[in-house]
Ligand binder design. Structure first.
Ligand SMILES: Cc1ncc(C[n+]2csc(CCO)c2C)c(N)n1
Length: 228
């Protein structure tokens, strides 16, 4: 499958996932956003959980600053924390406020087990492993939503009520953040594993981290649908 260009490491990981990548990026939940047929209750259930997810992802990207080996890696991780807490989360706060859910309620919501599994899996990848383990676990989230946003921006039904969600991820600045994350990951892989990175002894373990995080994305959409 071809998608938006987020770099060579990502392309290897995505193709190494087989059908898993499509199961994530073409999930029924995503189709519901595209067609506008997703029940509002499912969307809000997802969005409350996703707010909590982003809190933990901001922690994980902050761990990237701690595990970085170059200033460039540090800068990209720090800007991603900024994009998360100061931009992406505003979408969640705004839509939930319109539905009568305030930010304190969002922060105090109970995490679904799929949310606990995914966010803590990523944190553990970074705590147990090095910078590359952390990036392999974080990559599906960035590049999957990047692909979905870019695709749905062109394909979504004109009357879908989920246009602002789609635009958050299709947004040029946001796509720019994802592209620079892709470049930084390629440089990080090259620095540690060399140009034949996919043939290195470490690659299968990194591929496994990416594939696991991709499965956890599928489970996250499933969890959203359960809220309908
Ligand atoms: C379940 C779930 N997966 C991925 C994203 C998207 N996302 C989360 S963090 C990040 C990188 C920096 O903003 C991106 C693209 C989401 N919101 N929820």
């Amino acid at each position: 499958m071809t998608g938006v260009a987020y770099g060579a490491a990502f392309a290897h990981w995505r193709d190494g996932c087989g059908d898993g990548w499509r199961a994530y990026t073409h999930h029924a939940f995503v189709e519901g956003l595209e067609r506008g047929s997703l029940p509002r209750a499912a969307f809000l259930h997802y969005l409350v959980q996703d707010y909590l997810f982003l809190v933990h992802f901001a922690r994980a990207w902050s761990l990237g600053v701690v595990k970085a080996e170059t200033l460039d890696e540090m800068k990209t991780c720090a800007s991603t924390v900024d994009a998360l807490v100061n931009h992406e989360m505003s979408l969640h706060v705004k839509i939930c406020a319109e539905a009568g859910i305030d930010e304190a309620t969002l922060f105090a919501a109970t995490e679904e087990i799929e949310n606990v599994a995914y966010t803590r899996y990523v944190m553990d990848a970074g705590l147990q492993g090095d910078f590359l383990d952390l990036m392999a676990a974080l990559a599906p989230c960035c590049f999957g939503y990047g692909e979905i946003g870019a695709r749905l921006d062109g394909s979504a039904d004109a009357q879908t009520p989920y246009r602002d969600w789609i635009e958050t991820y299709a947004d040029e600045d946001y796509q720019g953040v994802m592209a620079s994350v892709g470049q930084m990951i390629d440089a990080a892989v090259l620095r540690r594993l060399g140009p034949d990175f996919a043939k290195s002894a470490r690659w299968p373990a990194l591929q496994d981290r990416f594939a696991t995080a991709t499965r956890l994305e599928v489970a996250f959409w499933d969890m959203g649908l359960r809220g309908a």
